[in-house]
Design a protein around this ligand. Structure first.
Ligand SMILES: CCCCCCCC(=O)SCCNC(=O)CCNC(=O)[C@H](O)C(C)(C)COP(=O)(O)OP(=O)(O)OC[C@H]1O[C@@H](n2cnc3c(N)ncnc32)[C@H](O)[C@@H]1OP(=O)(O)O
Length: 232
């Protein structure tokens, strides 16, 4: 399914109380920490992204390797990976300098969309007006019940997508609560589509609703409250 095609409608259309008509340039500015993900701004950052991608494959391979296989081979790769981790840790760390603007962006560091974060599937984001769409494929490392994504990751993915969608309130806040109804298991190893948008705004509070789909079938939906900081 292309993310440019509308997903099936929610069962009940929510009232859009107080939701402002946020200009496209304001939405784009608010979302710019997440998307679009730019080309790396240096050779070092490009290599860091390549390292993160290799680490994702490493995590998947470690999760799946058979303990009943060759114990000596496992011990040997455990030593090598341990040495490699020590080599990487000995390289200069971003925490040893003042972070650049680019270092701070969520498209760089987020555990869901961050190109430099090996924990990120990574999720891909698209935004079209107030509606935010996303998709991700969760590998074996995210498994809870057999063949399905762990519920904590199901909810965390909603937080990320809703976090971007709260831009539809014209400002960004922090998640105050998040409720996710898991209607079916979220399958591993296949594309999961998300959509989210603001449905209500009152002062500093914005309520966001979101849904996720596997192969066009609703697997979870939820709502969250985002509260922006008091003006100082
Ligand atoms: C770059 C942007 C990144 C955005 C990422 C968004 C996704 C995220 O993952 S954010 C990280 C996870 N969330 C957090 O860490 C948030 C932790 N909590 C906090 O920081 C604060 O409690 C915060 C900001 C949510 C609210 O604090 P504060 O502004 O002081 O709230 P406060 O003034 O007490 O209350 C304001 C209103 O919200 C209500 N409220 C506050 N917290 C909650 C809550 N958890 N649930 C329901 N209502 C709440 C209050 O009752 C009050 O309502 P009313 O105005 O009607 O009386």
């Amino acid at each position: 399914m292309s993310t440019t095609e509308p997903l099936p409608a929610a069962e009940a259309a929510p009232p859009l109380a107080g939701v402002p008509d946020v200009p496209a340039d304001v939405l784009a500015e608010l979302r710019s920490t997440w998307l679009p993900r730019p080309e790396p701004d240096s050779a070092g950052r490009a290599e860091r992204h390549r390292l993160a991608e290799a680490a994702r494959r490493l995590i998947e391979a470690v999760k799946l390797v058979d303990p009943e296989g060759d114990a000596d081979a496992l011990g040997s790769v455990a030593d090598e990976v341990s040495d490699l981790a020590a080599r990487i840790a000995a390289l200069p760390s971003v925490e040893q300098r003042t972070p650049s603007f680019e270092d701070l962006q969520l498209h760089e560091r987020s555990p869901f969309v961050g190109a430099a974060n090996p924990l990120a599937p990574p999720m891909e984001l698209e935004a079209d007006g107030p509606v935010v769409r996303a998709h991700a494929v969760f590998g074996a490392a995210y498994e809870g019940p057999m063949g399905r994504v762990h519920g904590g990751y199901v909810a965390a993915a909603f937080d990320e997508v809703m976090g971007v969608a709260q831009s539809g309130a014209g400002a960004l806040g922090m998640t105050a609560y998040l409720t996710v109804r898991m209607k079916r298991g979220t399958p591993l190893h296949q594309r999961i589509d998300y959509e989210a948008e603001v449905v209500r705004v009152e002062g500093r509070k914005a309520w966001v609703e979101a849904r996720s789909y596997a192969d066009g079938v609703l697997v979870a939906d939820g709502e969250g409250l985002f509260i922006r900081a008091r003006a100082v």
